[in-house]
Ligand binder design. Structure first.
Ligand SMILES: *[C@@H]1O[C@H](CO)[C@@H](O)[C@H](O)[C@H]1NC(C)=O
Ligand SMILES: *[C@@H]1O[C@H](CO)[C@@H](O)[C@H](O)[C@H]1NC(C)=O
Ligand SMILES: *[C@@H]1O[C@H](CO)[C@@H](O)[C@H](O)[C@H]1NC(C)=O
Ligand SMILES: *[C@@H]1O[C@H](CO)[C@@H](O)[C@H](O)[C@H]1NC(C)=O
Length: 512
């Protein structure tokens, strides 16, 4: 009874509120439902934030007290707060002597910046420069940051001072988005102690980018999970990299490895020769339109489309969400919901060919993907025909198709590891901090966020996922990768043109 009610509630809230991410097909299909009982226990972890005491997780003998179900709709409520060390000299922030701050101090602070040459970051990191370009010349003033709060109602403010994290909350985010985002930033500070500069930024956790382009440096900087050509919102890794407990989606590092194993289990040629999508069609006109492409008695567009029944999934303990089912079709459709979709990385990780319905939004890594190299571009108008052509082509050119699928999965497995995700955050925040024209200070109403404050009172999957992803200081020992120079204008132009040309070329093929 209770469970049914809860399921219904979750289903409703997913449909209404959790737009893009929740919905996607891909997401769901594969994470295994094992995560439930055995892991869920609150007793083993001490409240002390002593870094090293917390770390060893996966292997922790935390089985007693097992609760049988993932906490489906557990309300996020714990206020954020955290700590660690930081202080990297930048233009504005004096080399804050972070030595007063506690955490991973026993750790040498990684290789001295610039000492040995770390490997280059993946090419998509260069978009960091583009995202910050609007403030390059004039810098970012406190007024500009406060202005974001006045104009766009962000949900929280993140301030780092001397390696400690402070968060001021202005509103609620759906489920545990805010908590897991702040958790991620906290782990970054723990991973690179003493290296993340003082900073101060506004964060919004809703799906759609909103910041309008104004005169140079006139738009307020605002971080969120996705951006678009038309807006200036700065793309930051979404919460799901640290897990999505409400949907039983594991932290990315573990899931990435599982999908990799899943890929190896099913021979591409043995997969169903169709394009698969499963998700919530209710969150966007494009998705509703996709339903037309489903196979019927009259037509077969080579698409197999399924609506996700979240209520049932939740109630059934996510039994349908089986990793091995993720990669059992040769093609997987990616389509945005209300904004970008969290499912993108899960779809790409699969070495099936991603058929991407022309996206309007980008997350932090998707601009590193190229049509016909990592995915097959599908038009938004006339998508059924487009899908049919892609599948026919791929089935007739299995080698080429597998190469595209393989390229995407390699991109994910090599350039989108958690190491790289942290490095992206590190470089983005560092470059952002360089633009600040004032010294960040703990804002009014903010509290410190620490491992202890984040985990206090938290149970079930929320707790488990946090413990699974807690950084103990050794993760970043290799130091961040080396950020490449900004694109030259010609380079950027060439990149855009090439992509457009490839997409146009595919559209030409479709006409024949
Ligand atoms: C995949 O299937 C093809 C055709 O059945 C076969 O030749 C090939 O050896 C298989 N590869 C693997 C890894 O099983
Ligand atoms: C698509 O067609 C299949 C096969 O007829 C069916 O099982 C499925 O429910 C359809 N999907 C939707 C969203 O109606
Ligand atoms: C796959 O990636 C490799 C290396 O980037 C590239 O040389 C190759 O052309 C790609 N394949 C396709 C189909 O684009
Ligand atoms: C820190 O975590 C890593 C993996 O994240 C683990 O290999 C290492 O043993 C941990 N170190 C300590 C001191 O717990």
């Amino acid at each position: 009874m209770e469970a049914a009610k809860k399921a219904a509630r979750v289903a409703r809230s997913l449909a209404d509120v959790a737009p893009c991410p929740a919905v996607n097909g891909g997401v769901f299909v594969f994470f295994v439902a094992v995560v439930t009982g055995a892991f869920v226990s609150a007793c083993w972890m001490s409240a002390s934030a002593r870094v090293s005491s917390i770390a060893p997780v996966a292997t922790s003998p935390m089985a007693q007290n097992a609760t049988p179900r993932p906490e489906a709709a557990a309300a996020p409520r714990v206020p954020p707060r955290l700590s660690s060390v930081a202080a990297t000299p930048t233009n504005q922030t004096p080399p804050a002597t972070a030595h007063s701050a506690p955490p991973p101090r026993e750790q040498a602070p990684g290789p001295a910046p610039g000492a040995e040459a770390a490997p280059d970051c993946p090419a998509y990191f260069r978009w960091i420069h583009e995202d910050l370009r609007p403030w390059r010349a004039a810098g970012i003033t406190r007024d500009a940051v406060d202005g974001a709060a006045r104009r766009y109602a962000p949900k929280f403010r993140v301030t780092v001072v001397a390696g400690r994290l402070y968060v001021a909350r202005y509103g609620r985010c759906f489920q545990t988005r805010a908590e897991f985002t702040q958790w991620g930033i906290l782990q970054l500070l723990r991973r690179y102690p003493g290296r993340v500069p003082d900073l101060d930024l506004m964060f919004d956790c809703q799906d759609l980018p909103v910041v309008l382009r104004a005169g140079d440096g006139q738009s307020p900087p605002l971080f969120r999970y996705c951006g678009s050509e038309a807006t200036l919102d700065i793309a930051f890794p979404d919460w799901s990299f640290w897990g999505w407990p409400e949907l039983n989606i594991k932290p990315w590092e573990a899931l990435r490895r599982e999908i990799k194993e899943g890929n190896a289990r099913v021979n591409w040629t043995d997969r169903a020769p169709y394009a698969y999508w499963k998700g919530n069609p209710a969150v966007g006109a494009e998705r509703r339109d996709l339903l037309r492409c489903n196979v019927s008695a009259k037509r077969d567009w080579n698409a197999r489309i399924y609506a996700q029944d979240w209520g049932r999934e939740v109630q059934a303990g996510f039994k349908e969400s089986d990793l091995s089912r993720q990669c059992d079709h040769r093609y997987k459709i990616y389509i945005e919901g209300r904004g970008w979709s969290v499912s993108e990385k899960y779809i790409l990780a699969c070495d099936s060919v991603a058929l991407m319905v022309r996206p309007r939004f980008h997350d932090f890594f998707s601009r590193g993907l190229a049509p016909l190299r990592h995915y097959w571009p599908v038009r938004d108008r006339g998508k059924c025909r487009s899908i049919k052509l892609a599948v026919d082509w791929g089935n007739a050119h299995a080698d080429r198709a597998q190469e595209i699928g393989g390229n995407a999965s390699r991109f994910v497995q090599e350039e989108l590891t958690m190491d790289r995700v942290y490095d992206y955050m590190f470089h983005l925040l560092t470059e952002y901090a360089k633009l600040l024209r004032y010294e960040p200070a703990m804002p009014r109403g903010a509290g410190e966020v620490t491992v202890a404050s984040m985990t206090r009172g938290r149970r079930g999957l929320q707790r488990k996922f946090m413990m699974d992803t807690v950084e103990n200081g050794s993760g970043g020992s290799g130091g961040p990768c080396t950020l490449q120079q900004p694109f030259r204008p010609e380079e950027l132009e060439a990149l855009r043109r090439t992509r457009e040309d490839v997409v146009k070329q595919v559209e030409e093929w479709e006409k024949r």
